[in-house]
Design a protein around this ligand. Structure first.
Ligand SMILES: NC(=O)c1ccc[n+]([C@@H]2O[C@H](COP(=O)([O-])OP(=O)(O)OC[C@H]3O[C@@H](n4cnc5c(N)ncnc54)[C@H](OP(=O)(O)O)[C@@H]3O)[C@@H](O)[C@H]2O)c1
Length: 334
């Protein structure tokens, strides 16, 4: 099975589903490596990586196996893979962007990436597994000049052929309103949290208007995220009554309904899974039997504005709480 591809603004095509690789606390690097191998064996060609996930070396071994023909029995051409990478927050300085990208390329055993994203629009970082209420000493709000200095290096990465396209993640409309007019090369994609209980309708319309493709993370509502990232009031997508009703009607797992919802809205979902059965059914969900317009309408009503990746560890000292990261009043919070 192979995922249908969709056009990208730079003239290339991207598979309409990708495979996530964030093991977080529940899947070790070896488990992620085995999962990526299973994903490629079963037809995924789009892999969503990030240096901060700490597993690019392991994924690189699998990509090499794939291109050597050791996974499917047939050599997969580099041009038939879509590999996304992400610049971590501690590498935003002008001098650090290209070296960090080159490190990812070396770890992934590739000579270019299809897409390179600025993971967060702040240079704020924290030790892995730190207390969610901790605030890093040097953390600061969005500073446009700093971000654009980083973006200029991203543009150079594309101009020099190290990457085919560049993009952003975890931004807001307010930030893009500042960023887009100042770009020499505009973002080809935004990677943002999207699932039936967090639909970001206005943001998706804005992206469409600006011809920016959308990659949706946590498409199933990230059920295995660490407890420290869970709030009592968080909605559970795969337990929503309408999602369950449609899953029952079509005799599929609720995960499949979430992915079909994403696809109906031209969102490229990037689900992660360690289980072959789930890996296969997730890919199949975007290859067959789309939901009807009425069913999608029903799913649209599941929206609860429930953001799961709130990002409190990226807050600066004077920030009130995680809402400040997301410019909810349409103005960049300083
Ligand atoms: N740009 C960003 O800042 C950002 C932030 C977060 C995530 N991401 C990316 O988005 C990817 C996906 O997000 P995520 O991994 O947090 O959440 P997710 O894909 O919404 O959920 C993954 C979980 O769902 C379970 N699952 C998968 N398919 C299933 C199925 N068919 N039936 C039942 N359960 C199923 C998996 O468990 P099993 O292993 O048991 O199948 C897995 O633990 C990440 O891996 C990462 O690449 C990016």
């Amino acid at each position: 099975m192979e995922a249908p591809k969709v056009n990208v603004s730079n003239g290339t095509k991207i598979p309409c589903i990708g495979f996530g690789t964030f093991g977080s606390d529940h899947a070790s690097n070896e488990e992620v490596m085995d999962s990526v191998r299973l994903a490629i064996k079963n037809g995924y060609t789009h892999i969503d990586c990030a240096s901060v996930y700490g597993n690019e070396k392991e994924i690189g071994i699998v990509l090499k196996e794939a291109m050597d023909g050791k996974i499917t029995g047939k050599k997969i051409k580099r041009s038939d893979l879509w590999i996304t990478g992400k610049l971590w927050n501690d590498k935003h300085d002008k001098e650090e962007v290209i070296p960090s990208l080159k490190q990812s390329l070396s770890d992934l055993q590739l000579d270019y990436l299809d897409l390179y994203l600025v993971h967060w629009p702040f240079p704020n970082f924290h030790p892995p597994k730190c207390d969610v209420s901790s605030r890093a000493e040097n953390a600061r709000p969005y500073i446009h000049e700093e971000f654009m200095a980083c973006w200029r290096e991203m543009e150079k990465a594309q101009e020099t052929g190290l990457v085919k396209a560049i993009g952003v993640s975890n931004v807001t409309i307010a930030k893009l309103e500042k960023i887009l007019p100042d770009c020499k090369i505009r973002p080809a994609f935004i990677e943002m949290e999207l699932h039936p209980t967090f639909q970001q309708v206005k943001f998706r319309e804005y992206a469409k208007l600006n011809s920016i493709g959308i990659i949706g993370f946590c498409p199933l509502g990230s059920p295995n995220r660490p407890d420290r990232d869970k709030d009592d009031e968080d909605a559970i997508d795969m337990a929503d009554p309408i999602v369950l009703e449609l899953a029952k009607k079509h005799n599929v797992h609720p995960a499949i309904i979430c992915l079909k919802w994403a696809q109906a809205h031209n969102i490229i979902p990037i689900p992660f899974s360690t289980k072959e059965k789930n890996i296969i059914s997730n890919l199949a969900s975007v290859c067959n039997n789309p939901l009807s317009e009425e069913e999608i309408e029903k799913l649209n009503s599941v929206e609860k504005n429930c953001r799961l990746v709130k990002g409190p560890v990226f807050l600066w000292k004077s920030a009130k709480d995680w809402h400040d990261l997301w410019d909810e009043d349409g103005i960049i919070v300083k």
